[in-house]
Structures are given as structure tokens and as C-alpha cells.
Ligand binder design. Sequence first.
Ligand code: NAP
Length: 272
Amino acid sequence: MSPRVCWVIGSPVEHSLSPVIHNAAFAALDLDWTYFAVAVPEGRAADAVAAMRSLRLGGMSVTMPHKSAVAGAVDTITPRAERLGAVNCLSWRGAGIEGDSTDGAGFLDSLLVDHGWDPAGRRALVVGAGGAARAVVAALADAGAASITVANRHAGRAARAAALADGRGAVASVDAAADVDLVVNATPVGMAGDTASPVPAERLGAGQVVVDLVYDPIETPLLGAARAQGAMPVNGIGMLVHQAAHAFRAWTGEDPPVEVMSAAVVASLSHH
Ligand code: NAP
């Protein structure tokens, strides 16, 4: 395969783990590909898409604040990205550039592939209603979850996220955690330096799966509480790695070396 270059665009982008993940995967497969983080200011997403075209980049990841803006600059958009109004991955489809959203598929893989846990027929609570929460709600609906309840600080945003659940959505408080099989934190609560848990520990219990999309620290206050209450804790590294794995496959056509990618994230997080 000829040498190719991929970018992740964002602002800020220097703390993105995507270069670590993809460069580890390229090296493991002996591909002459390189992945760079490129700072692109707000309002200039279309210029970055034009650069992908003129430079024939191998692919592009998209992060804040460009996830909506790039959707208007690509040639085609996948139905799942259109439904979310957000694009995080650009790939070549013939001569055109396609915008996709791989976060929801990455989330489902972290449950199904990593833990053999199928959300079909299960009740879920998603805490948060931002971009990550919306991708998770839509993915759980597609995977056949019985109900998807959203709890969020701003109730209007919770209702808009719950509307992505194909008629199986509802809005409630985090206390609804006691009544579900799956709890997902999609807020930044519990990130490094924050000792708060987004869900009261006493609402968690045995038989539940508790996912924290926050991956730094790897063991968050929520995951500690889940473990102490007898629930199964799932950290955010799985979603991060599997969404990248979907991009890797779309760009290179190769099977992604998921274990290598995951180890690269863990090594990077434990070095800072
Ligand atoms: P976002 O679009 O900015 O949404 C943030 C959400 O968190 C909003 O619903 C917001 O509530 C809520 N929130 C923020 N601060 C809060 C607080 N102090 N208390 C309660 N709720 C709070 O962000 P995002 O892109 O969805 O990302 C959310 C988290 O998921 C981040 O920590 C991010 O690192 C993580 N994430 C992880 C992965 C992964 O692969 N593991 C992927 C994507 C995101 P309001 O609506 O009320 O403002």
C-alpha cells in the first residue's frame, strides 16, 4: 500500500489520543501511513475538507468544534451521522468524501465485543445529552434496547436526546439508575481532578452494567462506586478504541489491531 497521511482536526486538538491510537495501529500492520493532529480554528472546517481533497489524505477524524460544520462540506453523509447531525470520520467513497459517525458503533462494540453484553431488550439510563450521549442513545435504540431514559442538567436537551430513541426514550433524573440494567455516564463529571460521581452510589447494584465514557482517569469515581455496589464497571477506553477501529477499517480496508490500539491508549494515559 502506498504511503498515506491522515489527520484529526479540532480546536483544541493537542490532547487528542487519536494519533497515539492510529499510529500504533499503522505500525502494527507495517503500513506506511502517518496520522497527525491538526489545529483548525472554528469556522474553518470546510477548508480542512478541501485540504483532504487536494492532498488526497487517507482519512480524517473530526472533533470539537467541527462535528456539525463538516457535515455540510462532504459529498455524502451516512444515515447515522445525518440522524445525529454530527460527523466524526471522513473517508473516501470513490472520488467523493463521505461523513460518518462511528461513536455509537464504538460504544456498542465496547459492550458486545469486549464484554459479550447485548443491550437488546435491556433498560438503559444515559446521563448527559451532548454529542456522546446522543450517539449512545441512537446506538442503543438501533441495538434493540427496551427503554432509554436520559437524565441531564438541562431538561430540554435531555428531551431532544431521548427523541433519538425511536419512541423508546424518556426523561428522568439520575435516581432512575436504580430501575435499569445499563447506566452510561456521558458527562465530563469524574474527569481527572473531579471526585464527584454523576450517579448516587446507592442507586447502583448487582446485575447492572455501568459504563463511564470518561477515560481519564481510567478508574473514575462512578466506576469505583459501581464495583463497590456489585455492578460490572466498563471504562471509556473501549468506546474510544472501537470508534477508531471503525475509522481504521474504512480508511485502510484492513482489520484493526484493537488490542494494540487499546494498549497504546493505556500506556499514554499512564504516562501523564
Ligand atoms: P458535550 O457535547 O459538551 O456534552 C456534555 C454533557 O455533559 C451535557 O449534557 C452537559 O449538560 C453535561 N455536563 C457537563 N458538565 C456537567 C456537570 N458538571 N454536571 C452535570 N452535567 C454536566 O460533551 P460530549 O462530547 O458529549 O462528551 C461528554 C463526555 O464523554 C466527555 O467527558 C468526553 O470526554 C466523553 N467522551 C468519551 C468518548 C469515548 O470514546 N470514551 C467519546 C466521546 C465523549 P448540559 O446539557 O446541561 O450542559
